[in-house]
Design a protein around this ligand. Structure first.
Ligand SMILES: CCCCCCC[C@@H](O)CC(=O)SCCNC(=O)CCNC(=O)[C@H](O)C(C)(C)COP(=O)(O)OP(=O)(O)OC[C@H]1O[C@@H](n2cnc3c(N)ncnc32)[C@H](O)[C@@H]1OP(=O)(O)O
Length: 740
C-alpha cells in the first residue's frame, strides 16, 4: 500500500486552476505524471474581468518541476473548448475536476437576478458543460474520473449564500446521476465539499483557521478519488485541513398515516403521528432510489382493502387466525394469458435449448413441422396469474416480504398437450401454509384451462418465506405433492449443463421479473451476494434433459414433474443432472458442479412408457389419481409425523388396489431413512415389517376428500398391522363417489 499513486498517461482538466484549490489539484496531478489542462478565466472572485496570467503561472510551475501542462482561458460555460484543448494537446481526457467558482453573496431578500443567474451559470451550468463535453470520450475509452465541487453552504445552508448554496447542492444531484450512468463505463463521479483557505474564503474564515486550511490539504482527497484504483463513485466527501469524511443519507423508518387502502390521510393524522414520522430509531440508510422505493413498496404491501381487514381470515386449523396461515383459502383468477410462438421460443432459450441440440429446432423454430412448447412451458401462463393477480396483497393479516420469498418446491402435471399459441385461463388457490420454523411455506394449487374449458395443466407451487415461521401453524400438509428420494444405486444417466452468466437475464423475459434474479441491490436485501438463478430455470433445464433421455423429446410422453429447490444456483454455474429410471418414473437430482451441493432434490418425472397411448399421458386415469392421493396421505402420516417416526421403526409396504387390481406400491422406511418415501417394494433386500393394502373404496374416499387418512389412522379406523382390508368399514361412504 505504500506504492505512490501515479497518473502517468492520464490527462486531467482542472477548472479554475489559476489559484487556490484548483491550483493545488493541478500541481499535484502534474507532479504525479498527469498531463494537465490548467483552466482559468483569470476573473475576479466575483466573476468580473479576465486575464491569462493566472493559468500561465501555474502551467509554468508544473513545467519547471518537470511536468506537462497547457493553459486554457475559456469560461467553463464553453466546456467543449476546454475539452478540445485537452484533445488537441494530449489526445484524451481522463479526469475532470469541476472546481471553478465565484461568489455573489447577498442576504436572500437582496439577491438580484444577476446574482442568482451568474452563480448558477458558473457553478452548475459550467460543471455540466465541461462534464458533458468530456463524458463521451471517457465512455469510449471506458475510463473516467469526475469531481464536482459542492459546499457545506449547500449541505447546511449559510447566511448570504442562498444562490451559492443552491448551485452547490445542485451539483450533488448532478453528480449522483452521472455516477449511475457512468458506472458501467468505469466513469466515476464524486462530489467534494472542501473547506480551504482560498481567496473565496479569505476574510470569511478567522485568520488562525484560514492558515490551517491550506488547499494542499484538500488536494490528496481529489487525487485519490481520481485514481484508477479508487472504486468509490456517487459519494459525497468533506475535506478540510487534512481531515476527510464521507456523508450518507439517513431516513427514519417513517410511518404510514393510513391503515387500509381506501383510508384518506388528513393533516391531523400527520400531526398525531409526528413523533413516529421523525423518530430516527433504527433509521434506514438507503443508498439508491431503488432501495428507497423498495422499502416504501414493502410498506405499501401492508395496506389492505377495508373489507378484508373487517373479514375474519380463513384458517386451515381453526386455531391460528392471523399471520401466514390467513393465506389459506385465498383464491385469485381465473386470469387469461395469451401466448404466441415467440413466447414459446423465448422460454425454450431461457431453459437452455439450442439449435445445436438434437431436435433443437422443434422447440426453437416456429416453422419446424414438430414445433411445440416444452412441457414445463405451462408455468408461463400459471406464473402470469401468480405475479399479476395480486396474490400477496390479497392475504389479510400477513405482509409478504418479497425479498425473502424463495421458490420452495414445484409440481406440474401436463394434462393436455400445449398448443404453439393459445389463450389460457389460470386460477389459483392457497391450499395450505406450513410453519417450518425457519420460514413459512405457502402451498398454491393452480389450474390452467384452454378456451374450451378443458384442463391443460395443473401445478402446485410452494413458496418458502424465509423468517416468517413460528406462527403456530402445521408443519406438514396432506395437500402437498410429495417428493421422492432416488434409488441408492448408480444413476442410469448423467448430463451436465453449464448455465450462462446471463441465464437469469434471459429467463426473466418469460415472465418472472422478480428483481432478485438480476438486481444486485435487491438480491442483497434477500441476503444473497449476487442475483440468483430462477428456480424454475434450473427446473426447466432439468426437464429438457430428462425429456431427451427418457422421452426421445416427445412431449406427449411427459406427464408430471416434481422437485424441491434445495439450494440456490448462481447464473454461470454448471448443473449436473443424475437420473434413475424405475418403471414409469424417472427419479432425478441436480447438483451444482462448482460447489458439489444439491440444488434440486426429491425430484421425479412421470412418463408414458413406450407403447402406452399419448392419451393416457394427457388424462391421468382414476387409479393414478387415486394412488397419488393415497400416496400424499401416507407420506404425511408416516414421514411427516415426527412422533410416529420415533415410535415406529418399521418398513411399511403400501399396496394400492383399485377395482381389485393392484395399481401401485410405496415403501416407507422409517428404520433407515425417516422422511423418505419411494415408489415400489422395499429395496436392498429389506423385508416389510408391515404391509397395508388399500382397496378402491378407501381410495375414492380419499380422492374426494371424504376420508382423511391421517385422521382415520389416529382414530383407529385404519390399523397398521399385518395385512388389513379396510373396505367393509367404509362401504357406506363410497357409493356416491363410485362413478367419479
Ligand atoms: C407469485 C410467484 C410465486 C413464484 C415464487 C418464485 C419466485 C422466484 O422468482 C423465486 C426464485 O426462483 S428463488 C430461486 C429458487 N429457490 C431457491 O434457490 C431456494 C433454495 N432453497 C434454500 O435456500 C433452502 O432450502 C431454504 C432457504 C428454502 C430453506 O432452508 P432452511 O431454512 O435452512 O431450512 P432447513 O433447515 O433445510 O429445513 C427446515 C424445514 O423446511 C423444509 N424445507 C427446506 N427447504 C425447503 C424448500 N425448498 N421448500 C419447502 N420446504 C423446505 C425442510 O423440509 C424442513 O421442514 P421439516 O423439518 O418439516 O422437513
Amino acid at each position: 500500500m505504500d506504492s505512490k499513486l501515479r497518473f502517468d498517461g492520464k490527462v486531467a482538466i482542472v477548472t479554475g486552476a489559476g489559484g487556490g484549490l484548483g491550483k493545488a489539484y493541478a500541481l499535484l496531478f502534474g507532479s504525479r505524471g498527469a498531463k494537465v489542462v490548467v483552466n482559468d478565466l483569470g476573473g475576479s472572485k466575483k466573476g468580473e474581468g479576465s486575464s491569462s496570467k493566472l493559468a500561465d503561472q501555474v502551467v509554468e510551475e508544473i513545467r519547471s518541476a518537470g511536468g506537462t501542462a497547457v493553459a486554457n482561458y475559456d469560461s467553463v460555460e464553453d466546456g467543449d473548448k476546454i475539452v478540445k484543448t485537452a484533445l488537441d494537446n494530449f489526445g484524451r481526457v481522463d479526469i475532470v475536476v469541476n472546481n471553478a467558482g465565484i461568489l455573489r453573496d447577498r442576504s436572500f431578500a437582496r439577491i438580484s437576478d444577476t446574482d442568482w443567474d451568474l452563480i448558477q451559470r458558473v457553478h452548475l451550468r459550467g460543471s455540466f458543460m465541461v462534464t458533458r463535453a468530456a463524458f463521451p470520450i471517457m465512455k469510449e475509452q471506458k475510463f473516467g474520473r469526475i469531481i464536482m465541487t459542492a459546499s457545506t453552504s449547500g449541505i447546511y445552508g449559510n447566511f448570504g449564500q442562498a444562490n451559492y448554496g443552491a448551485a452547490k447542492l445542485g451539483l450533488l444531484g448532478l453528480s449522483n446521476t452521472v455516477a449511475i450512468e457512468g458506472r458501467k463505463y468505469n466513469i466515476h463521479c464524486n462530489t467534494i465539499a472542501p473547506v480551504g483557505g482560498t481567496r473565496l474564503t479569505e476574510g470569511i474564515l478567522p485568520p488562525d483557521l484560514f492558515d490551517q486550511l491550506k488547499p494542499e490539504y484538500v488536494a490528496p482527497l481529489v487525487a485519490w478519488l481520481c485514481h484508477e484504483d479508487c472504486e468509490d463513485t456517487g459519494g459525497l466527501f468533506e475535506a478540510a485541513g487534512g481531515w476527510y469524511g464521507k456523508y450518507r443519507w439517513e431516513r427514519t423508518q417513517g410511518h404510514f398515516c393510513r391503515k387500509y387502502i381506501e383510508e384518506e390521510v388528513t393533516p391531523e393524522a400527520v400531526r398525531d403521528s409526528w413523533e413516529k414520522i421523525t423518530d430516527f430509531t433504527d433509521a434506514y440508510h438507503p443508498a439508491s432510489n431503488h432501495e428507497d422505493t423498495g422499502i416504501l413498496a414493502a410498506g405499501l404491501q401492508d395496506l389492505k382493502p377495508w373489507k378484508e381487514i373487517q373479514a375474519k381470515p380463513a384458517s386451515a386449523t381453526g386455531a391460528v387466525t392471523s399471520g401466514p396461515i390467513s393465506a389459506v383459502g385465498v383464491k385469485v383468477g381465473p386470469s387469461s394469458f395469451t401466448y404466441e410462438p415467440k413466447d414459446v421460443i423465448l422460454y425454450a432459450l431461457g431453459v437452455g435449448a439450442s439449435v445445436q441440440d438434437e431436435d433443437g429446432l422443434k422447440f426453437l423454430y416456429e416453422n419446424d413441422e414438430d414445433f411445440t412448447p416444452l412441457p414445463t412451458f405451462s408455468i408461463v401462463p400459471s406464473q402470469a396469474v401468480m405475479f399479476g393477480g395480486n396474490l400477496w396483497s390479497n392475504i389479510p393479516g400477513w405482509s409478504v416480504d418479497l425479498t425473502k420469498l424463495l421458490h420452495g418446491e414445484m409440481y406440474i402435471e401436463c394434462v393436455k398437450p400445449l398448443a404453439s399459441g393459445a389463450t389460457l385461463n389460470t386460477s389459483l388457490e392457497v391450499v395450505d401454509v406450513l410453519d417450518k420454523k425457519s420460514g413459512a411455506v405457502m402451498i398454491i394449487d393452480t389450474l390452467t384451462t384452454d378456451e374450451s374449458g378443458e384442463t391443460v395443466a395443473k401445478a402446485q407451487w410452494s413458496t418458502f418465506h424465509v423468517g416468517d415461521g413460528n406462527f403456530g401453524g402445521p408443519r406438514t400438509s396432506n395437500r402437498l405433492v410429495p417428493l421422492c428420494d432416488p434409488p441408492s444405486r448408480k444413476p442410469d444417466a448423467t448430463e451436465e449443463f453449464k448455465t450462462d452468466v446471463d441465464q437469469a437475464a434471459l429467463y426473466r423475459l418469460s415472465g418472472d421479473r422478480n428483481p432478485m434474479h438480476i438486481d444486485p441491490s435487491f438480491a442483497a436485501m434477500g441476503g444473497f451476494q449476487q442475483p440468483i438463478l430462477h428456480g424454475l430455470c434450473s427446473y426447466g433445464i432439468t426437464c429438457r434433459i430428462i425429456l431427451k433421455h427418457f422421452c426421445g423429446n416427445d412431449v406427449s410422453k411427459f406427464k408430471a414433474i416434481k422437485c424441491r429447490f434445495a439450494k440456490p444456483v448462481l447464473p454461470g454455474q454448471t448443473l449436473v443432472v443424475n437420473m434413475w429410471k424405475e418403471g414409469a418414473r424417472v427419479f432425478f437430482t441436480c447438483s451444482v458442479k462448482e460447489t458439489g451441493k444439491d440444488c434440486l432434490t426429491g425430484g421425479y418425472v412421470d412418463i408414458v412408457e413406450s407403447g402406452a397411448s399419448a392419451e393416457s399421458a394427457s388424462a391421468p386415469s382414476k387409479p393414478e389419481l387415486a394412488s397419488a392421493a393415497v400416496f400424499h396421505e401416507m407420506s404425511q402420516r408416516l414421514a411427516g409425523d415426527p412422533d410416529m417416526a420415533k415410535k415406529v421403526k418399521a418398513v411399511f409396504l403400501w399396496n394400492i388396489n383399485l377395482d381389485k387390481k393392484p395399481v401401485g406400491q410405496w415403501t416407507v422406511d422409517l428404520k433407515n431413512a425417516p422422511g423418505s418415501i419411494y415408489e415400489g417394494a422395499p429395496r436392498n433386500g429389506l423385508k416389510p415389517d408391515v404391509t397395508l393394502t388399500l382397496e378402491d373404496a378407501d381410495l375414492v374416499a380419499m380422492v374426494t376428500g371424504k376420508l382423511n387418512a391421517q385422521k382415520a389412522f389416529m382414530s383407529g379406523k385404519l390399523k397398521v398391522s399385518g395385512k388389513v382390508m379396510l373396505t367393509q368399514k367404509l362401504q357406506g361412504l363410497l357409493k356416491p363417489q363410485a362413478k367419479m
